[in-house]
Design a protein around this ligand. Structure first.
Ligand code: ADP
Ligand code: MG
Length: 282
């Protein structure tokens, strides 16, 4: 999440998810932005219904809305209708728990669910924060980009702490540096500021006490901007590009901290047949 637009949220959601899936982990991309950029970028048709808009109103339809993109990679599409969600549900007492319910109907099939949030801190993003375990913050290492991070962390804190906490398990995993200019002094200064901020939070009881500036940074690479117009991830569109290399390494680093072999609990692998069966019995 990041309430600022154009920072690399969608690019990171789609390509990090693709890289995790390619490493063998069943992964779901959930497009929660009414602009439906992840949906478009994955080449999904959202005109025939079965989008997150429908599921937020009726979670029982979730299994049939799962689309298979590639081995281990699944998606739930978005639609411009989703823009009406905030007004539709303004008075509903369970309005913050809708996405959690949608995920409850799918989650056990996936090792990772990546949610692409809209550029706001409104009800859709709050639903994501209520349902998630971790927050990733894509951003550019520019001075003004830092300004919004305080407000973002305040929102996370609101949901994660205190006696009324809606999601006490929520933590901030860290910042993904997008469109990164490695050569610039300004960039290095902003990254140093961010690292100092997270280092000092390590001793505080805040949801970002374990947050890091995640590595590697994602270099600016035009192939990452081109690939959505072909409805492809960077791995299918330009596997030799620096964007593919950076997202693969980011995924490897991300997985290294999270995948622990657990005795007697093999991961559930989604096969095409299992997926279709689930859809048929929904
Ligand atoms: P957000 O979802 O935060 O609005 P996007 O992921 O859509 O941001 O990125 C904004 C624009 O920048 C898009 O046109 C995208 O293709 C482009 N972009 C994102 N990351 C990179 C990158 N590393 N190099 C070049 N272009 C990028
Ligand atoms: Mg986006």
């Amino acid at each position: 999440m990041n309430q600022k637009g154009g920072v690399g949220k969608t690019t990171t959601t789609v390509n990090l998810a693709a890289a995790i899936a390619r490493a063998g982990h069943p992964t779901l991309v959930l497009d929660l932005d009414p602009q439906a950029h992840a949906t478009l970028g994955l080449g999904l048709d959202n005109s025939a219904g079965g989008t997150i808009y429908d599921l937020l109103h009726d979670a029982s339809a979730t299994p049939s809305a799962l689309r298979e993109i590639a081995p281990n990679l699944f998606a739930i599409a978005s639609h411009t209708d989703l823009a009406a969600f905030e007004t539709d549900l303004a008075g509903a007492p369970d309005r913050l728990a809708r996405l959690e319910r949608v995920l409850g109907a799918t989650e056990r099939q996936f090792e990772f669910v990546l949610i692409d949030c809209p550029p706001s801190l409104g009800l859709l993003t709050l639903n994501a924060l209520a349902a998630a375990d971790e927050v990733l913050i894509p951003m550019q290492a520019h001075f003004l980009a830092l300004q919004g991070v305080g407000k973002l962390l305040e929102t996370v804190n609101l949901l994660a702490t205190g006696p009324q906490a809606i999601n006490p398990r929520l933590t901030v995993a860290g910042v993904v540096l997008c469109m990164h200019d490695t050569g610039s002094t300004h960039t290095r200064e902003v990254v140093a500021d961010l690292e100092a901020f997270f280092a000092q939070a390590a001793e505080q009881n805040v949801p970002w006490r374990a947050a890091k500036v995640l590595r590697p940074a994602i270099r600016r690479n035009i192939k990452l901007a081109e690939s959505p117009s072909f409805g492809k991830t960077i791995f299918d569109y330009a596997p030799q590009a620096s964007g593919a290399e950076d997202y693969k390494q980011l995924a490897d680093a991300f997985l290294a901290g999270r995948i622990r072999p657990e005795a007697g609990e093999p991961p559930v692998v989604v096969t095409r047949a299992a997926h279709e069966t689930t859809g048929a019995t929904a």
